[in-house]
Design a protein around this ligand. Structure first.
Ligand code: DQA
Length: 144
């Protein structure tokens, strides 16, 4: 059984009620169900959310130590957290896949969302496709 870490940053615990016009009305329980249902055989989904930058960084260390691919929605940390970027960089430098995902398309929103400090060290970026951003990332990181 291989495990994919699906890490979600600040305020994503409020999905379902947070700005449904932007993020839809489904929540993280629904996201986990979607990913478990679409995972390839033998793939387990470890979906987590935190509002705490340090916790998110420690989970990235765990990905390195346990050699797990990562699907990362850094949420607002995307736009300014060099600490998160450095930790995410450890993942890809270790030869592991890390896909940055966003539910909305940050480039179609406020100017401060147009910058990602994470994208340059990510394996790839999928944005603007709702929960399908995660589903497509899962398909990629578990492709045979
Ligand atoms: C987000 C986009 C970010 O700009 C925002 O801060 C989020 C969610 C997204 O999934 O669309 O919290 O990462």
């Amino acid at each position: 059984m291989s495990t994919v870490l699906v890490l979600n940053g600040p305020n994503l615990g409020r999905l379902g009620s947070r700005e449904p016009d932007v993020y839809g009305s489904a929540n993280l329980v629904d996201l986990r169900e979607l990913l478990v249902a679409s995972a390839r055989e033998g793939v387990s989904i470890d979906l987590r959310q935190t509002d705490d930058e340090a916790e998110l960084i420690h989970w990235l260390y765990e990905a390195v130590d346990e050699r797990m691919p990562v699907i990362l929605n850094p949420a607002a940390f995307t736009h300014y957290s060099y600490a998160l970027r450095d930790a995410a960089s450890l993942v890809t430098k270790a030869g592991l896949l890390l896909i940055e995902v966003h539910i909305s398309n940050p480039h179609a929103r406020e100017t401060f969302r147009h910058t990602s400090v994470v994208s340059a060290i990510a394996t790839g970026v999928i944005a603007g496709l709702g929960f399908d951003s995660y589903r497509l990332a899962l398909d990629f990181v578990t492709a045979p």
